[in-house]
Each structure stands twice: as structure tokens, then as C-alpha cells.
Ligand binder design. Structure first.
Ligand SMILES: [Zn+2]
Length: 281
């Protein structure tokens, strides 16, 4: 595992393992004949996805952004999602010399189970906060939606992943876009969920961008290649155009949360088509 430098900021793409989701759901209205050649689709039509939270050190604090799928899923759910945790968040934190109690701040892009699952763990049959010393920064609108899921959102919002944080008074709510920690800012995109946000890193004139589920993998770079999971696909498209234009023009380092192979890169446009370029060594 190696870190990525954005100005003076050191950013570690971590891993909570891999899982699989239905390829059709991952590509929305895009026909399988177009997406299948770009991914490794299995006999059950599922495609492999990474779980790539980030660890950033800023202002003397260890900041974790999202926490993967965690270890609370039932055996049945682990089979459905084909969860493979030969690598896990605990192990990848340990690889850079950190334990759960070294995390000072946890920042959530949104509260779906594959991003917030690692916020809590089971002790004696009860979900408890995993990062007991950390303040958890969560968008208030996302929190409200996640605490009152409806028929469409219930499969993704599982209160065991986040309700214990409020019970332990570990949550600080975010109400607006902008800087939340030195050099780290959040920007609401909507689309995937109404209060889904991307995270921007600014240091010494360089910019990094954690795309979360706005652009989950490098295969989702074309404007209309959105996920069937998105609650407002047209909002996703508008936000994607905006942020990818900024990323190309500003030569941002971009971070993918679900790409099975590419954690970070730069986006370039070749003959009108966006591509990911590896970062120089
Ligand atoms: Zn996700």
C-alpha cells in the first residue's frame, strides 16, 4: 500500500476488501452489451467492486473518510454481495501503523451500508462505535434520510451502522458545503442520495477529489453512465459534468471508492473521451 501526495497532504487509499453488485444495477440504463466488455462480469451478472476508504493526516489529526462495508453483515448478505475481506479496514490501518483508537475524525460521504458499515462493530450482540475517540462528521440531511428510510432506500440504510454514534454523542452534523477540517472540504452532489457529498483536498495549490458514489469506478466516467441505485440520476449527471470538468481543468488527483483496480489517478480527455491516467511515481 502506498500513499498519494496532494500538495503537502498525504492520503492513504485503504481497503475494506471487495464485494460484488449486480452489473445491471451498477450501470442503470446502459445496455449490458456496452458495459460488459469493460468489467469482469460473473455468471450471476455481478461485477467486482473495491471498498476504498481514505485516511488523511491533516492538522495533526488522523481523518478517516468512509469506513467500508464492515463486519456486521449476516452470512446470507455476505454471500449475496460476495464480500471478500482477506484485506480489511483494520488490517489496512494496521499496515500504516494505526489502530481504531488513533482515528480522530471520521467523515461520511453518505450513510449507505458499503460506506458506513465499518463505523460500528458488534460487541455482545450490540452494535457499538468502532472509532471510540473520533468525532463523526455527517451531513444532517443524510442523517435524517438514513434514520427514516423508505421502501426504496431501506436496503441501503441500516441504522445499526450509525445510530450508535449518536447514542454515544460522537456525531457532529454538517449543514453546508465548505471546509470542515484544514484543507478538507465537502460538497453536496445530490443524485445518488439527496445529501451525498464529495470530499475535496486542497494543499499548496494542488487539489484532490474523493468522488465516492458520484463516479464509483473508472467505468462510470461517461456522463450518462450512472447507477440504477441513484435516486436522482439527472442530478448525478449534472454534478458529474461539473466535478469532472473541474478535475480535468485543475489537474486534480481523483480517488475512486469502488473501482476494483484503480484507487487514484488523473482524468484526461482524449478525442472527447475521458480517461484515467495513472499518477506519476
Ligand atoms: Zn457505494
Amino acid at each position: 500500500m502506498r500513499s498519494v501526495q496532494v500538495g503537502a497532504m498525504e492520503i492513504w487509499p485503504l481497503s475494506d476488501g471487495t464485494f460484488r453488485l449486480d452489473g445491471g444495477a451498477m450501470f442503470g440504463v446502459v445496455p449490458k452489451t456496452l458495459w460488459a466488455p469493460r468489467v469482469a462480469v460473473d455468471a450471476d451478472n455481478r461485477i467486482p467492486l473495491g471498498l476504498t476508504p481514505l485516511l488523511v493526516r491533516t492538522g495533526g489529526k488522523n481523518v478517516l473518510i468512509d469506513a467500508g462495508i464492515g463486519d456486521k453483515l449476516s452470512p446470507k448478505a455476505r454471500t449475496i454481495y460476495c464480500v471478500d475481506q482477506k484485506m480489511s479496514l483494520d488490517r489496512s490501518l494496521a499496515a500504516i501503523g494505526l489502530g481504531a483508537d488513533d482515528i480522530d475524525v471520521v467523515l461520511a460521504t453518505h450513510l449507505h451500508f458499503d460506506h458506513a458499515g465499518g463505523f460500528t462493530r458488534m460487541i455482545d450482540g450490540r452494535p457499538v462505535p468502532r472509532f471510540r475517540r473520533a468525532r463523526h462528521l455527517i451531513r444532517r440531511g443524510e442523517w435524517d434520510d438514513a434514520m427514516a428510510p423508505n421502501e426504496r432506500t431501506r436496503a441501503s440504510y441500516q441504522p445499526d451502522n450509525y445510530a450508535p454514534l449518536a447514542e454515544a454523542s460522537l456525531v457532529d452534523f454538517i449543514d453546508a458545503d465548505g471546509e470542515v477540517l484544514p484543507g478538507i472540504s465537502v460538497w453536496r452532489t445530490g443524485g445518488h442520495t439527496p445529501h451525498h457529498q464529495v470530499v475535496r483536498f486542497d494543499s499548496e495549490g494542488r487539489t484532490g477529489l474523493f468522488l465516492a458514489d458520484l463516479v464509483p469506478t473508472a467505468a462510470h466516467l461517461p456522463d450518462a453512465w450512472g447507477m440504477g441505485y441513484d435516486l436522482a440520476p439527472l442530478e448525478t449527471m449534472v454534478a458529474k459534468k461539473h466535478w469532472l470538468r473541474m478535475a480535468v481543468d485543475g489537474e486534480y488527483v481523483i480517488f475512486f471508492e469502488h473501482d476494483p483496480a484503480i484507487q487514484a489517478g488523473r482524468i484526461i480527455v482524449v478525442d472527447g473521451t475521458r480517461r484515467v491516467e495513472p499518477l506519476p511515481d
